[in-house]
Each structure stands twice: as C-alpha cells, then as structure tokens.
Ligand binder design. Structure first.
Ligand code: FE
Ligand code: FE
Ligand code: ZN
Length: 293
C-alpha cells in the first residue's frame, strides 16, 4: 500500500524534515508544498538537506517516484497573467532538484471568462511552460466558484490540447462534491477510463467530504467521518486497478476539544492505521487528542 499524507516543508529542514514527518505517521509516501500553499514565496532548494532526505527515504523503503509536490493553489493558469507561467517554470526546476517527478496542479479558475476561454488559456500557458522531467498532474476539482477541471471532460480537453504528456490526480472529496457518486466507484472509474484513460491517473487524494454529492463546496473531512463514508473510502483505497498509485491524505487537523476552532493535531498516523486495519474507529478523534496532549 502506497499511502501517506500532506506534510510540511520547513525552511530549516526542507526535504529531510518532510521525510521525518511522513515516517512519524507510518507513511510509505508523502506530499508537500515547497512553501506556503497560499503564496508563491519560495526559497532555494538546499542540496545537503535534499541528499539527507533522499538517504532517509532509501533507508526506509520510500520510493521517491511515489512522492508528489503540490503547486500553490493561488496559481491560475486560466488567466492571461504571465506570472503563473514564470512561477511554474521555476517550481518545476525546484521539484526536479529535489529528485521528485510529480507536481499536482489545480487547473485554474475561469473567473470572468467563459469555461472555454479559461480552458484555452490553461492549454496555451501549459504549452508555454513546456515539457520537463517532472509530470504535471491536473487535479480533479469540486467546481467551487469558477474552478475548471470539475469533470473528466474538462481535464481531457486540457490533456489533448497540451503538446506534451500530463497526468491526473483524482481527489475523492472533490469528485464527490463535483457530482460523481462514490457509492458506485466502479462506474466512476469506468467513466474516467473511457473519457481520460486510466493510464493518466498518477495520484489519488484520499479525503472524505463534509458535504453531499454535487455540493461544489470542497471541504475535506476525516476518513469515515464524512458523506463518502468509511466503506466507500476503503473500497477506493484497496481497489485492484489503483494498487500502484500513491494515495495521499489531505484530511483536516484535529482541534484540542469540541469547542475549539484551532486545528492543531495531525490525524494522519491514526487515519493510516485505521485504513490498514480496514475497521472504522468511532473514537479516532479522542485517541488523536490523547496522543498529542
Ligand atoms: Fe489540491
Ligand atoms: Fe486534493
Ligand atoms: Zn480540496
């Protein structure tokens, strides 16, 4: 099972710190942003910390080919703003320096443009960026606001318009919120295969959802505590056809107590254990709080 979570990438520890955090959750892979998700301030990749991180991965049987970086989500390739192209070129270099070959990207937001104009801009901008050793994985989106990539047809259009090979990252919360019925995941996969092609699927974001199907909200929930439910999540995670695909949790941190709003405890160690046990644990939140207190 290739499973892990979103982890931090800190200024002073970089890749080494990310690997250590992933191992502390019992992960066999991980994902991180090279800086804050919501801004584009980035620092140079430290060669020594990268080498130490890679050594630690080898020593602990983490295959770097299963590790993914997530591009900051404020990058909007659906706009004609030149900055997104410049930033992504630099980001691809950083990912390559880290020895990682997958970069997850939110396709973009059409904002005031039409869907077709937005998609055309995404295609033109990706063609400007050009191919590299790193594969860009377009993430399936919930369709919140004017998000593009909210169905398999939009993703397919972008793949077809770009003159080098892209991949796809399927997010379970997002596709639920976009209107795909995860009670019938085989049908969803069949559609994915017919419209896009299963070989393009390179990463899965494993999140339950706080909101019902087709709500277009994008609010992640802890595994088994949301609308998708534990049984459906297990069915997806253990699906025969998705065996070799890295699975990444992006579920919310846990609060100190029921009245607190501040999310401070990472749930991943416990969620991964629960997934490996294939048994839902109603006391999971309580156990996480007890562990980190
Ligand atoms: Fe994402
Ligand atoms: Fe995601
Ligand atoms: Zn999301």
């Amino acid at each position: 099972m290739i499973i892990g979570s979103h982890v931090s990438f800190k200024k002073d520890t970089q890749l080494l710190g990310s690997v250590e955090e992933a191992l502390s959750y019992g992960s066999t892979t991980f994902m991180f942003y090279t800086g804050a998700p919501q801004n584009t301030n980035r620092q140079k990749i430290d060669i020594k910390l990268t080498e130490k991180g890679k050594k630690m991965m080898i020593d602990n049987n983490i295959n770097i080919d299963n590790v993914v970086v997530h591009a900051p989500y404020i990058i909007n390739l659906a706009s004609t703003n030149e900055f997104a192209v410049i930033f992504l070129k630099e980001e691809l270099k950083r990912v390559e320096q880290l020895g990682i070959n997958k970069l997850v990207l939110h396709p973009g937001n059409s904002v005031k443009l039409s869907v077709q104009e937005g998609i055309k801009n995404i295609i033109d901008n990706l063609n400007k960026i050009g191919p590299s050793k790193v594969t860009i994985l377009l993430e399936t989106m919930a369709g919140k606001g004017t998000e593009l990539g909210k169905n398999f047809y939009e993703i397919k259009q972008i793949i077809d318009g770009v003159n080098y090979e892209l991949g796809v990252c399927l997010d379970t919360c997002h596709i639920n919120d976009a209107g795909y019925d995860l009670n019938n995941f085989d049908q969803v996969l069949k559609e994915f295969n017919e419209i896009i092609g299963l070989k393009y699927l390179k990463c899965i974001h494993i999140n339950d959802s706080k909101n019902p199907i087709a709500s277009h909200k994008d609010r992640h929930e802890n595994i088994g505590f949301g609308v998708i439910g534990f049984e459906n999540m297990i069915n997806i995670i253990y699906h025969e056809k998705l065996k070799n695909i890295p699975k990444i949790l992006e579920t919310p941190y846990i609060t100190n107590d029921d009245n607190s709003k501040e999310r401070i405890y990472p749930p991943y160690k416990f969620e991964i254990q629960m997934i490996l046990n294939k048994t839902f644990d109603n006391d999971l939140i309580k156990k996480i709080r007890e562990f980190y207190k």
